[in-house]
Design a protein. Structure first.
Length: 215
């Protein structure tokens, strides 16, 4: 197989990003971009992000996860702690998050450390989920090998009967992580591949510095 993609090209021209107009705190710029994309580019799933971890085999692995909250402190998502992703984070908390919003021609790359959030926060989010999603978290031993889909559906049916009319408590193997960033790079597509890139890096005291990068 030899598929030539050299003629695939797109011109980027929707916006610009200058160092002068970038706020001192990158979380403010993230918030502004997020809300702008969410409002003006509904075709993009705004909170879909790529989470990259380093596995026990030494290889990086990336997958799409949904961002559920962000604050000045960091970015929060939820998952199975016993999954391949959770085991990787337990072994090496250095992770990378990335957002690509094609409609707005924007990308954000975040380096940070992941840590589990407080149990009561995970409890609160689990309680807010639809009942089907709660049961799904119980059914799925995420990343483990299963014989077929019918196996999952049978397990789900058993749990539906078990918890009929009962409250479903959050399993201890499921909960949230917060990724506390120390580097955030913002990319705005520009014509002729002369893209705008602004990178923020936090010092040892947690204060942010910023500079412009060559495309």
């Amino acid at each position: 197989m030899n598929t030539d993609l050299s003629n695939y090209r797109k011109s980027y021209s929707k916006d610009e990003l200058t160092l002068k107009d970038s706020p001192d705190n990158p979380m403010e710029l993230f918030r502004n971009w997020f809300h702008d994309v969410d409002k003006n580019f509904p075709e993009d799933e705004t909170n879909a992000m790529t989470v990259s971890t380093i596995g026990l085999d030494g290889f990086p692995k990336s997958r799409i996860v949904l961002l559920k909250r962000f604050t000045y402190e960091g970015f929060i998502f939820f998952t199975n702690y016993d999954s391949e992703k959770g085991v990787a984070i337990e072994n090496n908390p250095n992770v990378c998050l990335s957002f690509f919003w094609a409609g707005a021609e924007r990308q954000i790359i975040i380096k940070g450390k992941a840590e589990k959030i407080a149990e009561n926060l995970s409890d609160g989010y689990f309680e807010s989920r639809p009942r089907g999603s709660q049961l799904g978290a119980l059914v799925s031993k995420q990343s483990s090998v299963i014989p077929n889909r019918a196996f999952l559906e049978e397990e789900l049916n058993k749990l539906e009967k078990k918890y009929e009319g009962k409250e479903i408590e959050r399993p201890k193997f499921w909960g949230g992580y917060i990724v506390k960033p120390f580097e955030i790079e913002f990319w705005q597509g520009r014509p002729n591949r002369l893209h705008d890139r602004v990178r923020y890096v936090a010092d040892s005291e947690g204060f942010w510095g910023k500079n412009r990068l060559s495309p």
